[in-house]
Design a protein around this ligand. Structure first.
Ligand code: ATP
Length: 326
C-alpha cells in the first residue's frame, strides 16, 4: 500500500449533531500529522458528482458548536451500483485522495465496506447517527444531543399531559433500536418505553395497561421507538381506543427536531476524540475499521462487526424504568 498523503472526508446518511465537531477533529489532526485534507460534499454523491474542495484548518473554524454538517449529507442510490462506485473511485484518483474518513450510520459504513474491498481502498469510519445502533461502540456521535432534545420535549409535553390527566404516546427516532426511547424515558421520568428489542417477547402495551399504569398517576407518558416492530405511537393509541375502552391515548411524534441543535459537550468531546483517533488509525496502518468508544477507551471495530451485529439493549435499564415508574 503506497504511503497516504491526502485524506478525503465525507458525511453520509442521516445528519447528526456533532458531525461538524468530527469533521473539525479529522481535518485538524490530519493536518497536524502532515496530511492534506479534502472535503467531499453531499456524501457518496459528491464523489460521483465531483464536489470536492481543499480543506485547510480555517475551513473548520467555528463549527464545533454547529448542528448538522457543513459538508452536507445525502442518500445516494448510485453508490449502491458497481458503476456508481467506479465513478467515485475515478474521482478519488483524480483528486489524489489516498484514504477516506466516512462519518455516518449503518448504511454509510456498509457502503464504505463494499467500496474498500472492491478497490482495496483504505477507509476509516466514524459512527455518526443519533440512533446509537452501531455495534462495538458504547455511543455514536449525535446520540447524546438527541437524547437531551427528547428529554426537553417530554418535559414540555408532561405539563399539558398532567394538566389534562392524559396518557401520551411520544414517538421518538431510533430506526430499529430502542436506545433513544428507553434512555429518553428514564431521563424524562416517563412511565414506560415501548422498544423493538423486546416487542417479540411481550406485548408491551398489554403489560403496561395490565400493570395499572394510571392508578397512582394523574398523567402517563410512554415513549415509543419508531419502528415497524413497535408499530409506532399512532398504532398504539389506536389499539388503546379499540381494546381498552375508557382509556384514551394522545400522540406526539417528535420527528426531525430530534436531529437538530447544537451538540452537547458529551457529543463534541466524543466526536473530537473519535476524529483524532481516525487519523491515529490510519497512521497505525489500520484499514476498514470503525472507531468506537468502549469503557472510555478508543477501540477499532471492523466494519463487518459494526454493521452486521445488533447492538444489545442493556436489560438493567428496562428494570430500572419499571421500578421507577410505580
Ligand atoms: P442513518 O443511520 O442516520 O440513517 P445511514 O448511514 O444508515 O444513516 P443510509 O441511508 O442507510 O444512512 O445510507 C447512507 C448511504 O450509504 C446510502 O445513501 C448509500 O449511498 C450508501 N449505502 C448504504 N447501503 C449501501 C450498500 N449496500 N452498498 C453501497 N452503498 C450503500
Amino acid at each position: 500500500m503506497p504511503a497516504i498523503k491526502t485524506i478525503g472526508i465525507l458525511t453520509s446518511g442521516g445528519d447528526a449533531p456533532g458531525m461538524n465537531a468530527a469533521i473539525r477533529a479529522v481535518t485538524r489532526s490530519a493536518i497536524f500529522s502532515g496530511f492534506s485534507v479534502k472535503g467531499i460534499y453531499r456524501g457518496y454523491r459528491g464523489l460521483i458528482t465531483n464536489e470536492i474542495v481543499d480543506f485547510k484548518t480555517q475551513n473548520v473554524s467555528n463549527i464545533i458548536q454547529m448542528g448538522g454538517t457543513i459538508l452536507k449529507t445525502a442518500r445516494c442510490k448510485e453508490f449502491q451500483t458497481p458503476e456508481g462506485r467506479q465513478l467515485a473511485y475515478d474521482t478519488l484518483r483524480q483528486h489524489g485522495i489516498d484514504a477516506l474518513v466516512v462519518i455516518g450510520g449503518d448504511g454509510s459504513l456498509t457502503g464504505a465496506r463494499i467500496f474498500a474491498t472492491e478497490f482495496n481502498f483504505p477507509i476509516i469510519g466514524l459512527p455518526g447517527t443519533i440512533d446509537n445502533d452501531l455495534y462495538g461502540t458504547d455511543k455514536t456521535i449525535g446520540y447524546d444531543t438527541a437524547l437531551n432534545t427528547i428529554m426537553e420535549c417530554v418535559d414540555k409535553i408532561r405539563d399539558t399531559a398532567t394538566s389534562h390527566e392524559r396518557l401520551f404516546f411520544i414517538e421518538v427516532m431510533g430506526r430499529d433500536a430502542g436506545f433513544l426511547a428507553l434512555n429518553g424515558a428514564i431521563a424524562s421520568g416517563a412511565e414506560a418505553a415501548i422498544i423493538p428489542e423486546i416487542s417479540t417477547e411481550v406485548d408491551q402495551l398489554a403489560e403496561l395497561i395490565q400493570n395499572g399504569f394510571r392508578k397512582s398517576k394523574n398523567s402517563s407518558i410512554v415513549l415509543v421507538a419508531e419502528s415497524p416492530v413497535t408499530a409506532g405511537a399512532r398504532a398504539l393509541a389506536e389499539r388503546v381506543k379499540n381494546e381498552y375502552p375508557g382509556d384514551d391515548g394522545r400522540v406526539s411524534i417528535l420527528g426531525h427536531l430530534q436531529r437538530g441543535g447544537s451538540p452537547t459537550a458529551s457529543d463534541r468531546i466524543l466526536a473530537s476524540r473519535l476524529g483524532a483517533a481516525a487519523i491515529d488509525a490510519l497512521l497505525d496502518d489500520q484499514r476498514n475499521v470503525m472507531i468506537g468508544i468502549s469503557n472510555d477507551n478508543i477501540v477499532y471495530v471492523p466494519f463487518s462487526k459494526a454493521i452486521k451485529n445488533d447492538k444489545p439493549i442493556n436489560r438493567e435499564l428496562l428494570d430500572t424504568l419499571r421500578r421507577l415508574s410505580i
